[in-house]
Design a protein around this ligand. Structure first.
Ligand SMILES: Cc1cc2nc3c(=O)[nH]c(=O)nc-3n(C[C@H](O)[C@H](O)[C@H](O)COP(=O)(O)OP(=O)(O)OC[C@H]3O[C@@H](n4cnc5c(N)ncnc54)[C@H](O)[C@@H]3O)c2cc1C
Length: 494
């Protein structure tokens, strides 16, 4: 047993990508002391993702962050595996916020997390991780050489090739890549073809305008054997594939950025080993179909942040952290399933045409469309409730308008502080009294709502991530739910 040395932070987050930054902000909201380490001296200037899904949009809105984006465009029209799907088939549903480059998302999240007090150390690469009984040692190479930082918990949000995941020997089983796709931002090519992700003989192509003279293209040529690349593809390779698939010569253009990605899909066997937790691409990689990668990572972070903050500040016991794996691992598995299904439909050859035809027919059925939209938006995620039969239990709280004694508000706005919320919709003093013992963690609001989704509901307890922990009537015992999610109540503390 090693004596606990002085800690550098209660939590170290590995990686200042969208997942790590979101986790850092959430941890700060919960009162934890946080250091974020990233090996890069500067954020990358190229943008992998160009938006986020409907649930990620809500999650950012829950923290008041949606208003920070310059020009988000919300589009209901999307696809599943390249087959058109109107996501407004679900209440509040849309295919996602588009026109937001990942660089902007990371800039917004950096300002927010650092503004809340997270310490971001760039040019700090994690080399090794050792878990002791009471702390974690993180060996880092920084501008002043190698040194060791210590924390109570380490969050590995260091991307698909996660050093943290490998250092603590978490398995990453899954499917190897079957095809490779090129991505390039091309200037000066005046690309004529406009494809919104389209199957063409020989593969799939996409072209989107990023600026006056700049196009983002994606080319997937069937039959290419993905190998391990140590350097990005050349522009000749990209332009050659583009010409073979579209007939258009873009070789006179200039590539500002070239990258490649594959359809490999892998899921960490465990999201937590002792004091180390994984989130985002470190925990799951898959085809970026429907722009789900960044979005699922951000939602991992929002599930984990408040729980880990409660544990390191002593409000909850470490068993609360087990619910992170229990809740988010199945979500990751389902994302892998839906993106693999989409990959087969989207990228397969002529042999998938009959399947696409049948799928297209099925998708004209509203129940099927709602099912698929629920899957891709993340609206159907339900964290299994401990007991009770209220229909909202475990689900995300939909954004509802509310009227309080202080004026109108919304369920979304009540979550801005990152605390729990007990919504008393029937003016019941007993409900409010029950929550008094958790006043440090849970805000109480008395309100009415004309939203039909709250009809017949007299009270709701929301977790900081916006999921319903308890609802009345028929949702089980409020005291038990408060105890489970917000730590021991006054009786146990006494
Ligand atoms: C072509 C393409 C398009 C995409 N489009 C979308 C989209 O529209 N919407 C969407 O939601 N997702 C999209 N994605 C997926 C999205 O880009 C990723 O899922 C997302 O970046 C994952 O975020 P992350 O924070 O988990 O990991 P990353 O963004 O990979 O961040 C990891 C960070 O960790 C740092 N790091 C790594 N190793 C170390 C180390 N040893 N020490 C210190 N720091 C380290 C890295 O420098 C990096 O900053 C797309 C992906 C691709 C390839």
């Amino acid at each position: 047993m090693t004596a606990t040395p002085e800690l550098d932070a209660q939590v170290i987050v590995a990686g200042a990508g969208p997942t790590g930054l979101m986790a850092a902000g959430e941890l700060r909201l919960g009162g934890a002391d946080v250091i974020v380490l990233d090996r890069l001296a500067e954020p990358v200037s190229e943008s992998r993702g160009l938006g986020f899904t409907a649930r990620a949009t809500e999650v950012l809105d829950q923290r008041g962050l949606l208003a920070e984006f310059d020009n988000p465009e919300i589009s209901a029209k999307g696809h599943f595996g390249g087959i058109e799907l109107d996501y407004s088939v679900l209440p509040d549903g849309h295919f996602g916020v588009r026109n937001v480059e990942q660089t902007e998302t990371e800039a917004v999240l950096t300002r927010w997390a650092v503004g809340l007090g997270a310490r971001l150390l760039r040019s700090h690469e994690i080399l090794a991780v050792t878990q002791e009984d009471d702390f974690v040692s993180v060996e880092v190479s920084g501008p002043d050489g190698r040194h060791v930082l210590r924390c109570s918990y380490l969050v590995g949000a260091d991307g698909g090739r996660s050093t943290v995941r490998q250092a603590v020997s978490i398995d990453f089983p899954g499917q190897d890549a079957t095809c490779e796709m090129f991505l390039a931002d091309v200037a000066g090519a005046a690309i004529r073809s406009r494809f919104l992700g389209e199957r063409v003989p020989g593969g799939m192509v996409m072209a989107a305008r990023l600026g006056d003279d700049l196009d983002r293209i994606i080319v997937c040529e069937r039959g290419t054997r993905p190998g391990e690349r140590s350097t990005p593809p050349t522009f000749d390779e990209v332009a050659g594939a583009w010409q073979r698939l579209t007939g258009e010569d873009i070789s006179h253009g200039e590539a500002r950025w070239i990258s490649s990605f594959t359809d490999a899909s892998r899921l960490a066997a465990q999201y937590r080993v002792g004091r180390v937790l994984l989130a985002g691409d470190a925990a799951h990689i898959h085809l970026p179909a429907g722009g789900q990668g960044l979005s699922v990572g951000v939602q991992d972070a929002v599930n984990l942040g408040w729980k880990l903050a409660a544990v390191v500040t002593g409000r909850s016991g470490p068993e609360l952290l087990d619910t992170y794996h229990e809740e988010r691992h199945p979500v990751g598995a389902r994302v892998l399933t839906n993106t693999r299904a989409q990959g087969l439909l989207y990228l397969g050859g002529t042999e998938v045409e009959p399947l696409r035809a049948v799928f297209g027919e099925l998708m004209r059925n509203d129940d099927v469309a709602r099912h698929l939209a629920g899957m891709v938006t993340g609206f159907d995620v339900r964290y299994e409730p401990a007991g009770g039969g209220h229909p909202l239990l475990g689900l995300r709280m939909p954004p509802c308008e509310l009227l309080t004694a202080d004026g109108p508000t919304t369920t979304t706005r009540l979550l801005h502080t990152g605390r729990g919320v007990l919504l008393d919709l029937a003016g019941d003093p007993a409900v409010r009294r029950t929550a008094e013992g958790w006043a440090r963690q849970v805000d109480v609001a008395t309100a009415t709502s004309a939203d039909e989704r709250l009809a017949g509901t007299s009270a709701v307890l929301l977790r900081p991530d916006g999921h319903v922990a308890w609802a009345a009537p028929d949702g089980g015992e409020l005291t038990a739910a408060l105890h489970t999610w917000f730590g021991p109540g006054p009786a146990a503390r006494a």
